[in-house]
Structure formats: C-alpha cells, structure tokens
Design a protein around this ligand. Structure first.
Ligand SMILES: *Cc1c(COP(=O)(O)O)cnc(C)c1O
Length: 376
C-alpha cells in the first residue's frame, strides 16, 4: 500500500516533547514556541511570526486584524481550501470568487481589476502547491486601491517569489503545519505579519483579547481584557514537535525535491501523448516540492486513473471542489463562470509525496500510471 501522505518523525520530536513536559510548562508561548518564532523571523525575515493552532486560525486572525465586517468584499480564488474563504465569511464579508490561471491553479492576476469595487477590502492569494502567485501585479493593484493582501501560504513554506519568501509579501501570511504539509506538527499554523502596524494587536487577539503577552515581557504590571480575541496559540507540545522538523528543514526539502524531480523526469515526456499536463513553475517562483500533481484531459480519464491506481494499492487523490459550486455558497454566488477553477476541480490529480516515500515506491507509482493510461 502506498498512501497519499504519511506523517513522520525526523529526529528529535519525541525528545523535545519530553523536554517541554519536564520543563514544567506545556501551555502556549513556552520555550519551543519561542524557538519556532525565532527560527521563522531569522530565516525568512518576517517582521513578526506568531504560532497558531492552524492555518485556519491564522487566516481568522488576519480577518479580525483587518476589521473585516458586514458589507466588506473580499476576493478569494474559487479553487482553494474552505478556510481561505470561511475566515472572512465569519466576519460577515461578501466573497467575490476569482478564477485560476489557465496554466496552473493560482489566482489569475490579470482578471482581478474587474472584481474590485469601492467595498473591496482584501485580496486573498493562495500559493498553490507552494508555487508563488504573480505577486507584483497583485500588490500593485491592491496598493492602488488601498486593499490589503493576505497570503494563504499554507503550502508555501520555504518557497520564494523573486527571491522573497512566501508569507513576506502581503500585509500578512498564513502557514499550515498540518500533517499533510512539508513540515508538520499534526495540527498547527503560523501567522506572519509584515506591516508592523498590526503586530501589537495581533498579540492581543491571539491571547483571548488580553494584553497577556505585554505582561509577560514586563511592559504592564497586570493584564486584562483590552480588545476582542480568541485562543489562537498552540500548546508548546505542538511547537516542540515542529521545532524538531524545522531544525531539519533543509534535509526534508532536499528529499521532497528529489522525489518531485523523479516524478517529473519519469512522467514529463510520457504524459503529453495522453493530453495530460504537468505542474508549471513560472520563472519568478521556486518549487518547494509541496505537491506533485498532473492535470488529466477530463474527469473520465482521471476517474479511471484513480480507480486503476487504487487497484494497485496506490492512493492518488483529487483536490479542491470549486467553492462557488459548494453547497454553502452555490445560492450566494453571482453566477460568473470560472472555467479554469472548474477544470482543476475535475482534472487535477495529486500523487503520493511524503518524506519517507522511497525511490522504488515513486517508480511503482509512475509505472502504474503509465500502464493504466496505455490500457484506458
Ligand atoms: C492546508 C491548507 C489550509 C488549512 O490549514 P490548517 O492548518 O489545516 O488549518 C488552508 N489553506 C490551504 C491552501 C491549505 O492547503
């Protein structure tokens, strides 16, 4: 059996968890959480990095920080995870869904200008598969209209746009350490803040609306309720697990890239003749090997391929179902068609890719794909 994903221990995860327990403090903002914050701020230069319980929570914090409210409009790609949209719906925003590019699932920067109205407050970009969206035109458009840009960089750790780390380009960025991402903590996330005006309030919102963070730094002599907020900070056990992974991020990334390249080398020449597309990495973007996907000719071809792989005990999976067609949103959508998003909904297939996947297993997946297609 080759699963789609497999969580793994890289080295010192269990040692660090035991250390956290022995230190007598496993609630939020303990020593491992601080180590994670330092790692992110030093390695990637984020003005502020705050661990959260999930990327979903980091996105919800961003909506609170921007004071998104009823009547505001937020532009979100339709081909994304629920949380990129739901975080803003929770604040009463009206969603305006944007289409993907034709060549890849990222938001089509050229089509955004038409979606902006005087009510638009934010654009959410999702760096699909860890490959950067074309940020310069998006940021330029947003600055011109006084709109914030939030990066859903859930899949984007250690990936770059024109040399700048993902999560450092918009006002804020949100990362995930869910067990399906490159570096994991089971469930976990990170909010990055690039515009310093949001830092002080982010600490308060993350700590249930209290100024507890300032209190622990000795800046105030008691702490209390000063704003709205919730409990967005993870246990130090989560950070202990994550820190063991972060220490080894270069080996983790090197192995994932090797697997990605192996898929690409084996499949790129063969799949074209079946009308199947491969990932596109634009010149401005790096590849962090978060995902290896193929884009089938149609739904029927993909369904047969998934079933054929399943018969060989290989678990390959499709991805998002366009949110404008979702049961929650279908009655709320303005009726615009988003053809590229629909095509990726029907045709995109993700292949197994995880740190412990062996070269042999990778070859087995490629063989099974090519045999199935030849027989279809
Ligand atoms: C995984 C993912 C999320 C959600 O991350 P959680 O940490 O599970 O909340 C959000 N957006 C995208 C694009 C994702 O891939």
């Amino acid at each position: 059996m080759i699963p789609f994903n497999k969580p793994y221990l890289h080295g010192r995860e269990l040692v660090y968890i035991a250390q956290a327990v022995a230190s007598g403090k496993i609630s939020g903002d303990g020593s491992f959480t601080r180590k994670c914050h330092d790692f992110f701020e030093k390695r990637y230069g984020f003005a502020k990095a705050l661990m959260t319980t999930s990327c979903t929570d980091a996105l919800e914090m961003s909506a609170l920080l921007l004071n998104i409210a009823e009547g505001d409009e937020v532009i979100v790609p339709a081909f994304t995870f629920v949380s990129s949209a739901n975080a803003f719906v929770l604040r009463g925003a009206k969603l305006v869904f944007a289409d993907s590019e034709e060549s890849n699932p990222n938001i089509d920067a050229c089509k955004l200008a038409d979606l902006i109205t005087p009510r638009t407050r934010a654009i959410v970009v999702v760096h699909y598969a860890g490959v950067a969206c074309d940020m310069d035109p998006i940021l330029q458009l947003a600055r011109q209209h006084g709109i914030a840009v939030i990066e859903d960089a859930a899949q984007g750790i250690d990936s770059f746009y024109k040399g700048k780390p993902l999560g450092s380009l918009g006002e804020m960025g949100a990362f995930s350490f869910h067990e399906t991402k490159n570096v994991i903590a089971g469930e976990g996330g990170l909010l990055t803040i690039n515009d310093p005006q949001y830092i002080a309030r982010a600490e308060i919102i993350r700590e249930k609306g209290t100024n507890r963070s300032s209190f622990f730094r000795g800046e105030v002599d008691k702490y209390g309720w000063v704003d709205v907020g919730s409990s967005f900070l993870p246990s130090d056990i989560v950070s202990a697990y994550l820190f063991a992974q972060l220490e080894n991020i270069d080996t983790i990334q090197a192995r994932r890239k090797a697997i990605w390249q192996r898929y690409n080398t084996r499949l790129s020449s063969e799949l074209a003749k079946y009308g199947i597309g491969l990932p596109v990495i634009p010149d401005f973007a790096t590849n962090n090997a978060h995902m290896f996907y193929i884009v089938c000719r149609n739904l029927d071809q993909r369904t047969k391929l998934i079933d054929g792989l399943k018969a060989e005990k290989i678990h390959a999976v499709f991805h998002y179902l366009s949110l404008h067609h979702s049961p929650y949103f279908i009655g709320r959508h303005d009726g615009r068609s988003l053809p590229n998003s629909d095509r990726f909904t029907d045709c995109l297939l993700r292949l197994p890719l995880y740190y412990e996947l062996t070269d042999d297993q990778c070859d087995q997946v490629c063989d099974a794909i090519l045999e199935n297609l030849a027989a279809q």
